[in-house]
Design a protein around this ligand. Structure first.
Ligand SMILES: [Zn+2]
Ligand SMILES: [Zn+2]
Length: 255
């Protein structure tokens, strides 16, 4: 079995705070392995509300692209779930180095629950059971941030997390399915996030079979992501869709 499910599509702070969209991250199941990427606020609630339910005690790994709250808030409760309340030492947590140490987002008492905690480095490979992934170069974002690339069977998936635009993104993220965090509708100087025009440029450079926009800020929501996605599809001749909370991708051919 392989599927990927959006437990949230909220981007900027206010969309998260007002829960205009959920902020639960992305759940990936591949063969016998379950991983949760960026469990933001409400991730545990979204798992329970998911139909069919997603059971966080079955997680094998938790991956943070960076430590900002909209990506990491539920990390401790998810560690508790993955390790059955800390009674079963299991699972792996992957996060950038600046999410650990003195200002760790993982509570001290929970840090010993998982089998291991791995600090992410740029352009490196990691694995937990059947799921392996590669980190991108360091993104341009106030916290140490990496995007991810992984294969679900013969389909390559890129998850482009928060960053300011830079053209090297176009070479790393050449994948079949590319998920892009698009916070702003219009360009905003001085804030390290992508706007819609940046996403368009990245799709043009990477030529995926399918691009998925997510992590929407308020201006993107006002501009109706699905309408913007349709316009991009027409302009680029590439299927672009806007993610919704609860949306899932299935039917990956397992190899
Ligand atoms: Zn974010
Ligand atoms: Zn961020």
């Amino acid at each position: 079995m392989a599927f990927l499910k959006f437990l949230g599509t909220a981007g900027a702070r206010f969309v998260m705070i007002e829960q205009l969209r959920s902020s639960g991250g992305v759940w990936v199941s591949f063969k016998d392995t379950n991983v949760l990427i960026d469990p933001g606020p409400g991730s545990i609630v979204r798992c329970a509300a998911s139909r069919p339910k997603l059971n966080p005690t079955k997680l094998d790994g938790i991956i943070l692209t960076h430590k900002h709250l909209d990506h990491s808030n539920d990390i401790n409760v998810m560690i508790e779930a993955m390790t059955e309340g800390g009674f079963k030492k299991r699972g792996v947590v992957f996060c950038p180095t600046d999410a650990l140490g003195e200002d760790s987002i993982i509570l001290k008492y929970a840090a010993n629950f998982p089998e291991r905690i791995e600090a992410l480095k740029p352009n490196s490979n990691y694995a937990v059971k059947d799921f392996s992934f590669q980190t991108s170069m360091r993104h341009i974002h106030p916290a140490e941030t990496y995007g991810l690339k992984f294969n679900l069977g013969d389909t390559s998936v890129g998850l482009l997390s928060d960053t300011k635009f830079f053209k090297e993104l176009g070479s790393f993220y050449k994948t079949d399915i590319l998920i892009i965090s698009v916070v702003f509708f219009e360009p905003r100087q001085g804030i390290d996030h992508l706007c819609l025009a940046d996403a368009e440029e990245i799709i043009r450079l990477t030529q995926p079979k399918k691009a998925i926009l997510t992590h929407f800020g308020r201006t993107m929501l006002r501009a109706k992501p699905h309408i913007q996605a349709e316009a991009l599809t027409k302009r680029l001749g590439i299927e672009v869709v806007a993610a919704n909370d609860g949306m899932s991708l299935r039917n990956f051919r397992l190899t």
